[in-house]
Design a protein around this ligand. Structure first.
Ligand code: PEP
Ligand code: MG
Length: 454
């Protein structure tokens, strides 16, 4: 957003009229925020929080502030946490997040999950004020403000036990993922940005099982062009050094709106024009991404994954587009290769009838969306959160069916939904025949440890 010339130009124009930089910036952003807030689309009005974040961050810089905005080890309490504040905060000394609003599938939830920062959402007015001490229990989804000494002692004990478990798990990090009988489980990681890879050793996993490419596409700035995307994808392939890298094509819509691309207002629903449906409706956006991917593919073992596939023709049309993109690149004299094309299994129609997708190069089961659709409970809805149970027998049965179909027909099947990062779910997944998982990087050691006991 800061690279948006329109936004900067307005601020510079005010400076030219004699205002200070801080005043100019503040007033420009206030106008912009007011526009977002007045939007009829709830998702866009929620974006005002991002703009406030940017406004405040630039203000802090203009005012010469250099210290960390939040002390390491603090508990952040608020309506929502801006992603930049999360990224600017040093979480190495602990700390936690307690939100009155928030969503378990939002940007910050994903960042917190991948860094292992405890976070609780949807407190509503249950958070009464500011306290010297509080306990944030991310496992139970509970916040205890001003805890009595007995509770602090009980949690201190639990915290010490958890730390012991983490230490014990850590010895598994650089080992292959093996079950007790020595059966190898393919264990890859889910990532959202190239930056995340900086702290990760590729030897700790079997590759990248899900790269959520929507994080390259940011609201309020121009869509990334072919070269920008190519550079990001290439960096991931170079990091993986020959291990498989599965990059999912743009999956916006529903809880991931993108101004100018996704439908506005109520039409932007989880059941509407999103994922592959949107890409096929906007072929120029899809083609740019496919070209960037085909160019990056020469730098490693790249697979392309299509999100929210419902009908076989979506896969077929995408394959035709990919072939066209490859021929065009070749005639432009650009080196490229054609990656294999697989699909997310996250719409019930696909999980129930996987045989319709025999042409897919691979399946990756997305239990986050599959669960919301099977359980009829929206994944961003705090009041229906207890229905979001990926371990429900109905989901387990679908997973087993897809896995069995894949095995019988030599189509590799992996599972990249968040349920795979939770050790308690692993026996069920092994029972369902799953042999390949993709998890949050912070979960690698504990998943390997849990698998070794199964
Ligand atoms: C899923 O739906 O399970 C998934 C992995 O994708 P996302 O969470 O990005 O929708
Ligand atoms: Mg999904």
């Amino acid at each position: 957003m800061l690279q948006d010339d329109a936004l900067k130009a307005q601020a510079f124009a005010v400076v030219e009229q004699g205002s200070s930089a801080a005043d100019a910036w503040w007033n420009t952003l206030e106008n912009e925020i007011a526009e977002y807030v007045s939007s009829a689309d709830e998702n866009f009005s929620a974006k005002a929080a991002d703009l406030r974040d940017i406004r405040d961050r630039v203000m802090r810089t203009l005012e010469g502030e250099t210290k960390m905005p939040m002390q390491s080890g603090s508990i952040f309490v608020g309506e929502d946490l801006p992603p930049t504040l999360f990224l600017e905060t040093d979480w190495s000394q602990g700390g936690a997040i307690a939100l009155k609003g928030g969503s378990s599938s939002g940007h910050v939830a994903m960042l917190a999950r991948s860094r292992g920062v405890p976070m609780v959402i949807g407190l509503g007015e249950a958070w009464p004020g500011t306290y010297e001490n509080a306990i944030v229990d991310g496992t139970a989804g509970l916040v205890h403000p001003a805890p009595p000494p007995e509770l602090i002692a009980a949690y201190a004990k639990r915290s010490a036990r958890d730390a012991e478990h983490r230490d014990a798990d850590r010895q598994f990090l650089m080992q292959p993922a093996l079950r007790r009988d020595g059966t190898r489980v393919d264990l890859q990681i889910n990532i959202a940005s190239v930056e995340e890879l900086g702290q990760l050793d590729p030897a700790s996993c079997d590759g990248i099982g899900l790269m959520r490419s929507e994080f390259l596409f940011r609201d309020g700035v121009a869509l990334p062009n072919e070269d920008e995307q190519y550079r990001a994808y290439r960096a991931m392939l170079e990091w993986a050094n020959g291990k498989p890298v599965t990059i999912r094509t743009l999956d916006v819509g529903g809880d991931k709106p993108l101004r100018g691309l996704t439908s506005e207002g109520k039409k932007n629903s989880f059941l509407g024009l999103r994922g592959i449906r949107l890409l096929l409706a906007r072929p120029e956006v899809f083609r740019t991404q496919l070209k960037a991917l085909a160019r990056a593919a020469i730098h490693g073992n790249l697979k392309i994954m299509l999100p929210m596939v419902t009908l076989p023709r979506e896969l077929e049309q995408s394959a035709v587009l990919l072939d066209q993109c490859v021929s065009e690149l070749q005639s432009e004299g650009k080196v490229c290769s054609r990656p294999s094309l697989g699909i997310m299994v996250e719409v019930p129609a696909v999980a129930i009838a996987p045989e319709l997708f025999a042409k897919a190069a691979f399946f990756s089961i997305g239990t986050n969306d599959l669960t919301q659709f099977v359980m009829a409970s929206s994944r961003d809805e705090t009041s229906a959160a207890d229905l979001q149970d990926a371990a429900h027998p109905a989901i387990a049965r679908l997973i087993a069916g897809v896995t069995a179909y894949g095995r019988a027909n030599h189509i590799p099947v992996s599972l990249c939904g968040d349920m795979a990062s939770v050790p308690e779910n692993l026996p069920l997944l092994m029972e369902a025949g799953v042999t390949s998982l993709s998890v949050a990087p912070a979960a690698l050691a504990r998943v390997k440890s849990a698998l070794s006991k199964i």
